[in-house]
Design a protein around this ligand. Sequence first.
Ligand SMILES: N[C@@H](CCC(=O)N[C@@H](CS)C(=O)NCC(=O)O)C(=O)O
Length: 204
Amino acid sequence: MDLTLYHVPGSRSLRIIWLCYELELPLAIETIDFGREFRDSAAWRAMSPTGKVPVLRDGNFTMFESGAMVQYLADAYGEGRLQPTPGTEAAALFQQWCWFAEATFARPLGDIAQHSVIRPPSERIPAVVDDGKVRALACLDALEQGLNTGPFLLGDLFTAADINMGYSLVLAERFGLLEQGYKRVNAYFDRLKARPAFIEAITR
Ligand SMILES: N[C@@H](CCC(=O)N[C@@H](CS)C(=O)NCC(=O)O)C(=O)O
C-alpha cells in the first residue's frame, strides 16, 4: 500500500481522507491548485481526463471517481470493515446508497456548484441553480424516508455508503438545503459530523 491523494479542500476528496482515517490507512495528501489552468494542464489531464478532483494513486496505479476510490480502498484494505458481505441484500442496499449519493444526489448539487461558485460569473445560468435546488430537495425527501430504519443508511451499521452520502450532505448544507425541515437527515448528518475521523478529515 502506497497511497497518495491529490486533494482540494472542500472537494469530494473528503470521502477518501475520511475513509482512510476510519480504516486507519496511511495516506499522503497532496493539495493541488483548483484553478482552471492547472486542471486543464496535460499533466493533470493525464491523471484526471475531465480535469476533475480528486485523483488517487496507489503505487503506480492511478484512478479517478471518488466513489470508485472508496470501493477500491474498502475492498483492498478494509478487511471486511465498512461494507456488508458482497452478494447479500445488505450489500445491494449499500451499493444503492453509494450510487444514489453520487449519481443522483450529487448531480444537482454539482449543477448548483457550477452555476453559483465554480464557473466565472459570465458563464453562470441562475435557472440551473433553481432547477438544481428542486432536484436536490427531492433527493433529501428520499433520504429522509430512507433513514427510517436506524442511525445509519444500513440501520445500526456505519458503512462507506455513509461516507459517500456524508460528502453530498456537506454540499447540501453549503447550499442551505438542510434548513427546511429534514429532521432525520439533520440528525443523521450530525451523527456523521461527530465521528472523530470526519472531524479530522474536514480540517485537511
Ligand atoms: N463523480 C466525480 C465528480 C468529480 C467532481 O465533480 N469533482 C469536483 C470537485 S468536488 C470538480 O473537480 N469540479 C470541477 C469541475 O467540474 O470543473 C467524483 O466523484 O470524483
